[in-house]
Design a protein around this ligand. Structure first.
Ligand SMILES: Nc1ncnc2c1ncn2[C@@H]1O[C@H](COP(=O)(O)OP(=O)(O)O)[C@@H](O)[C@H]1O
Ligand SMILES: [Mg+2]
Length: 365
């Protein structure tokens, strides 16, 4: 699959811009602050219906304007799809072939993308939030209903929190908590099952890729710890029981304390938690492996490689890993959109189309 054309209006530092992309390697070059990342952000927004970096879509609107509009034409299995996104405060419309989608879960999954930004190192370095987000986004690309599950689950947790804070009548509180717990258990279990399945896929692919980049001797293991348990069946079985047990504590603390919104995904290298024990280089190799594993998983599920978006990562990686990635892109021969500040012969020699980005303007070289 690939993006043929992108059109942006009042998006970040672009007033109005159209860009044609080719199916192979596309290089966005320009010095810092010119708008290279913003282009990837725009493509990513069209693919996932969400911003990769901004919590609020208001931040995507060009300063001084009231709305933004994005459209892109994409080729998927030789079929043309037109995706559109419009946003103004309080109103958001996402369309596929001119039909507005009611829910985000109706929108995502048409086109797939894997992006690699410098701050993706946080997937390995930071807390469980980042890893849950990574796996949830991967699942949603293939099974869009996962988004609907997550939303329903978070709504239930939110309602339960409100209840815990406000309900003074203990008997009434217990009855209502039980009702919410049933919902949380039902939806939460589906989330856990999805995550477990995809963590296993990730583990299989990532392990192989990591060994080929780094070393045969290192043993990688990605483990999804649902509800504090390493065994899936055990976790699912104990879910209602633990919710019941935690009730007193939750009433005392007036907050939801337990559920898959707190789950961990631990990446072990030779038995050690990489968040704490891996070197910088190993952490970089790991993120790279996770991203390339994501490529393979989507390829397996969709029979086509996703679009690869690489933001300035060549400068982030050391020479060895950079060579590996360049080799990968060149052999893959699929659409890759790369941002860079300076030219790299090994990419520019490979029939890459080069675009010069300067101050919200793009010129093909
Ligand atoms: N909402 C916005 N409206 C206008 N300009 C913006 C907005 N958000 C970011 N910018 C500008 O976009 C530029 C950064 O673009 P970016 O794509 O990150 O640059 P690059 O990747 O080329 O370094 C900065 O000059 C920043 O001031
Ligand atoms: Mg940038």
């Amino acid at each position: 699959m690939y993006i043929k054309e992108l059109y942006l209006v009042n998006f970040r530092n672009y007033q109005e811009q159209k860009i044609d992309f080719q199916p192979g390697i596309n290089l966005l070059m320009g010095s810092n602050g010119q708008g290279k990342t913003n282009i990837l952000e725009g493509i990513g927004y069209l693919i996932s219906g969400k911003s990769a970096h901004c919590k609020s879509e208001n931040d995507l609107i060009r300063w001084g304007e009231k709305n933004f509009y994005l459209s892109g034409s994409f080729l998927v299995s030789e079929r043309l799809f037109m995706l559109e996104g419009y946003y103004e405060t309080g109103k958001k419309v996402m369309k596929i072939n001119q039909l507005a989608c009611k829910r985000l879960s109706d929108y995502v999954g048409t086109v797939n993308g894997v992006s690699f930004y410098p701050d993706d190192l946080n997937i390995v370095k930071k807390g469980p939030n980042e890893r849950r987000r990574f796996i949830d986004l991967l699942i949603a690309q293939i099974r869009p209903t996962h988004f609907a599950l997550l939303n329903a689950y978070l709504r239930a947790v939110h309602q339960k929190n409100i209840l815990l804070k406000n309900e003074r009548n203990i008997n009434l509180l217990r009855i209502q908590l039980q009702a919410w717990n049933e919902q949380i258990c039902e939806i939460g279990s589906k989330i856990i099952i999805n995550r477990s399945e995809f963590t296993d896929k990730l583990n299989t692919h990532c392990r192989k890729i990591f060994q080929s980049i780094f070393s045969d001797e290192d043993h990688l293991d990605i483990v999804y710890q649902a509800l504090g348990k390493k065994d899936l069946e055990q976790a699912l079985q104990s879910f209602p029981e633990i919710l019941e047990k935690k009730m007193i504590q939750e009433i005392e603390r007036k907050a939801v304390l337990f559920g898959p919104h707190r789950d961990e995904i631990i990446i072990y290298l030779n038995g050690n938690d990489t968040r704490i024990f891996a070197s910088q280089g190993q952490q970089r190799s790991l993120v790279l492996s996770l991203k390339l594993a994501e490529m393979e998983i989507i390829r397996n599920e969709k029979d086509e490689y996703p679009i690869l978006l690489l933001d300035d990562v060549l400068s982030e990686l050391d020479e060895y890993r950079r060579d590996y990635l360049i080799e990968y892109i060149n052999t893959l021969q699929k659409q890759t959109i790369i941002t860079m500040t300076g030219a790299d012969d090994r990419i520019t020699n490979q029939n890459a189309v080069v675009y010069q980005v300067s101050n919200g303007n793009i010129r093909r070289k």
